[in-house]
Design a protein around this ligand. Structure first.
Ligand SMILES: NC(=O)c1ccc[n+]([C@@H]2O[C@H](COP(=O)([O-])OP(=O)(O)OC[C@H]3O[C@@H](n4cnc5c(N)ncnc54)[C@H](O)[C@@H]3O)[C@@H](O)[C@H]2O)c1
Length: 282
């Protein structure tokens, strides 16, 4: 437990997309610990409720709602449900995201489905999330929106394969950053701030797939440089490439989101904050 007072977000209500696991769940946990009531919104209602139950049993006020960010009606229903349960929405964290389409672990190159899914979830999903909640925030004259982008959305890291698998993803995350800049200008007159957090690399379901892909594409498949399997590859890569020497944790990202969602960040809007141990500086 970190030494923050629950007062930082006391009385706030947050809706976090893609929060049944990984980074989203870390964000939901930190926001709840800082005093916020939280809605965990993810594809599966069962997984969302199970994640919420874990936080409820720690005494937090949390609900789980089945939500698909690619479907505006689904988000509208989620926002209505949160208002019904908690009275309002103060904070939107648009976190849901995908790396590529199914089966990418085995492919060196992107395909059409990768462009489609990264655009529909990572870009349109973030746009849809804001559109569902902004009219309500405008009516109330305040709000905080934090979009989860990636430091890969600022500077791509190609593999020189001609059609590097991660390009659709990094292009979609550049879109999230640009959307953040633009929306911040649009919503400033309504006292709504819009910022992005750009994580570096975290050992989640998503990154496990990426490192499986890298391992599969290595010429010598049996190569195990770290002696620790795929998670060892990840730890070694972090040690070698991140100035602070480790991958981030979901809690690291939650801490940055909590700050941007708090009154302490009242004068910060339109910014994209790297939380990456110094891996890329831009
Ligand atoms: N893991 C990393 O290293 C890393 C680095 C930079 C940015 N990010 C970003 O952080 C966010 C979370 O990533 P993660 O690593 O926790 O991934 P994850 O795959 O573990 O979790 C993503 C969550 O989003 C949900 N989701 C997917 N499509 C959805 C949809 N259409 N509607 C609602 N929910 C949906 C999934 O069900 C899942 O629970 C993503 O936006 C990702 O791009 C991750």
């Amino acid at each position: 437990m970190v030494g923050h007072s629950t007062a930082q977000l006391e009385g706030k209500v947050a809706l976090v997309t893609g929060a049944a696991r990984g980074i989203g769940f870390g964000i939901a946990t930190v926001l709840a610990e800082r005093g916020s009531e939280v809605a965990i919104c993810d594809l599966s209602g069962e997984a969302s409720s199970a994640a919420a139950d874990g936080l409820l049993s720690d005494g937090h006020s949390v609900i789980g709602i089945a939500t698909n960010v690619t479907v505006p009606e689904s988000l509208n229903a989620a926002v209505s449900r949160v208002i019904e349960a908690f009275g309002r929405v103060d904070i939107l964290v648009a976190n849901a995201g995908v790396w590529a389409s199914a089966g990418y672990e085995e492919r060196p190159h992107y395909n059409d489905a990768d462009w489609e899914i990264t655009h529909s979830v990572n870009v349109r999903g973030v746009v849809n999330s804001a559109e569902a909640v902004v009219p309500h925030m405008q009516e109330r004259g305040s709000g905080r929106i934090v979009n989860i982008a990636s430091h890969g959305g600022r500077k791509p890291r190609g593999m020189a394969t001609g059609r590097t698998l991660g390009f659709p993803y990094s292009v979609s995350k550049a879109g999230v950053i640009q959307w953040t800049h633009g929306l911040a200008i649009e919503l400033a007159p309504f006292n709504i701030t819009v910022n992005a957090v750009c994580p570096g690399e975290l050992w989640t379901h998503m990154i496990r797939g990426i490192y499986t892909n890298r391992r599969n594409l290595t010429i010598d498949h049996s190569r195990d440089l770290s002696g620790g399997g795929i998670s060892g590859d990840f730890a070694l890569a972090m040690q070698n490439t991140v100035p602070l020497g480790r991958g981030q944790t979901p809690r690291d990202i939650g801490n940055a989101v909590a700050f941007l969602a708090s009154d302490d960040a009242a004068e910060i809007t339109g910014q994209a904050l790297n939380v990456n141990g110094g891996a890329r500086m831009n």
